[in-house]
Design a protein around this ligand. Sequence first.
Ligand code: CA
Length: 225
Amino acid sequence: MPRILVIEDEDKLRWALQRGLTDEGYEVEAVEDGGVGLAFAMQGPFDCLVLDLMLPGNDGIQILRELRAGGFSTPVLILSARGALEDRVRGLDLGADDYLAKPFAWSELLARLRACLRRKAAVESGMLRAGRVDLDLVHRRASCGSRQVELTIRECELLDYLMRRVDQVVSRDELAREVWREPEAVKTNIIDVYINYLRKKLDGIGAPALIQAVRGVGYAFRAKS
Ligand code: CA
């Protein structure tokens, strides 16, 4: 049973998260104070943190910074009313795994949480799976059944990013920022070029049409083509 730590000072939301996530089969600890939350997180072990940003005691950004500085790699899903791009980028830069702006749909929270937990399992095993495709992050190989193909570093990072967000649309801006780590990359066709490389390689191992273009937005890796 995955253990989740919720750090959220808004009573109604904290109660709803505790009850809702428990109903989903998670083991949940929920605290309202940032300082208490940080201490809990460090005692762990937790499989994922659901972290608010504006908190009494230590705020969410401080908690995240201290955890990462202390070598804790627990996945962190930030949950905050501060949906501004700079807050989101700051959180992700500090090592948050994902960011969800309030108010959010319950189904979206569950999907993001599952993605964080899959990511943790993948990092621990070095393997990632989405649909029929397996990605070996250590040897940089994608496989489908008995067929496999080697990937370049960039191809592997791009596929890794898309597969972790299976069935979610990822914008070209996000790919430029998170995979290329150069926001300006979005102004060239480099992302589309690499998407085509990946499509050809996946096609070659019998997993065609999984990376779909979403017009005017970006791309999505589909579990099923
Ligand atoms: Ca708050």
